[in-house]
Design a protein around this ligand. Structure first.
Ligand code: FES
Length: 138
């Protein structure tokens, strides 16, 4: 068979396929939902409701997983005595002297005292953290 003959045969075959589509669609509208006897419309509604329920369940799981992940990543203390349940310190008043600056940014290498690291944090993030300064009355 020549190329032209092959082309014409393919074209003829595709016409038969295209003509068969409306008939196939007409057949599907007569179909019933398997094992239920429901019409296609009822079957589709059931599928849509089931699909929406699955999407809702997926969204809820995603929301709670994200909420749990963000709770841990937003912790303030990322370096100071992380193995302890609570970081609490006691400083004797006599040891304060005239003035001491206590860290409130949780980044100082001299915890609980401020070492100025808050300045770097503020520059990088636009934050405005600073120490608690305790001093004797003048
Ligand atoms: S280093 Fe933390 S407040 Fe200064």
């Amino acid at each position: 068979m020549s190329c032209a003959g092959l082309y014409e045969a393919a074209l003829e075959h595709s016409h038969h396929e295209v003509a068969a589509v409306p008939a196939a669609l007409a057949e599907t509208t007569k179909m019933v939902c398997p094992n239920s006897g429901m019409s296609p419309a009822g079957c589709h509604s059931k599928l849509i409701v089931g699909g929406l329920a699955l999407v809702g369940i997926g969204a809820a799981i995603g929301y709670f997983a994200c909420k749990k992940a963000s709770c841990c990543s937003s912790r303030v203390n990322k370096k100071i005595r992380l193995g302890e349940g609570k970081v609490a310190d006691t400083v004797d008043v006599e040891d304060i002297g005239e003035k001491k600056a206590f860290c409130r940014c949780w980044k100082s290498e001299k915890w609980p005292y401020c070492d100025g690291t808050h300045g770097k944090h503020n520059k990088e993030t636009g934050d405005n953290l600073g120490p608690l300064i305790v001093k004797k009355k003048e």
